[in-house]
Design a protein around this ligand. Sequence first.
Ligand code: KIV
Ligand code: NA
Length: 277
Amino acid sequence: SRQSTLRTLYSKYQDRKPISVITAHDYISGKYANESEADAVIIGDSLSMINLGYQSTLEMSFEEFYYCCKAACRAIDRKFIIADLPFGTFETSAEECGRNAIKLMKLGKVQSIKLEGSYEITDQVKKLIDIGIPVTGHVGLQPQKFNALGGYRVQGKTATDAIEIFRQAKYLQSLGVSLLVLEAIPSEVAKIITEELNLPTIGIGAGKYTSGQVLVQGDVLGMLNNKPAKFVRQYKNFYQEGIDGINEYCRELNSDIYPEEGTHTYSMAQEEVKDLI
Ligand code: KIV
Ligand code: NA
């Protein structure tokens, strides 16, 4: 396989070079990710909102996620791929977790499975590692738990809460996770976690002191007109570009500019036209 591996990411980590990660949600975003300079791709369950238009990640079924994951994987042959396990596909037992993770691994492209949580998913993490699936942990803000959290809020703002996230991170490392996503926590907390652990941390809204960063591709490219979180930098405005492009097309139709005879049209030989009429 030409895909980069966990070793590729670890060598960047050892060289203290930032690991760049971007999400992919379907074939098109998979293509962009694959052709970019990003080191790795996360097929995140954020696709529930961005690709499928749901209000949260909770509503998406495993089948819907799997279908999108499969499409994204068809586009990616160069990058390390991490796939999420969606809400409701891993929590109730290690067996169910293992079965669903195996389905994603069987796509032949996914190299790590990401799970939100810590102590409560001990058996699940152990099961995946036993099977030989590298696990990516995810602590701090866990969007699948937004009901319990009372929304999508920064985590670890108080010393007590921060120490708890630090303990969860240490615990996941002790279980043997390979990578750890830190979401929406103060920079100071992410810095300490990154310094104290000996595995790469991938931050999203966790400041600049993590081993790498991940952003949702839809946010980076401005694919939708949603209000992005504070930590997002939107580099492009695909949403407006898209609408403008469609409008230009519509206006050219109305003003008889497109399609242009000859340039965009096929024609017949004159004698054939005669027989036609
Ligand atoms: O679903 C998602 O996009 C994520 C991010 C942290 C990458 O989990
Ligand atoms: Na996710």
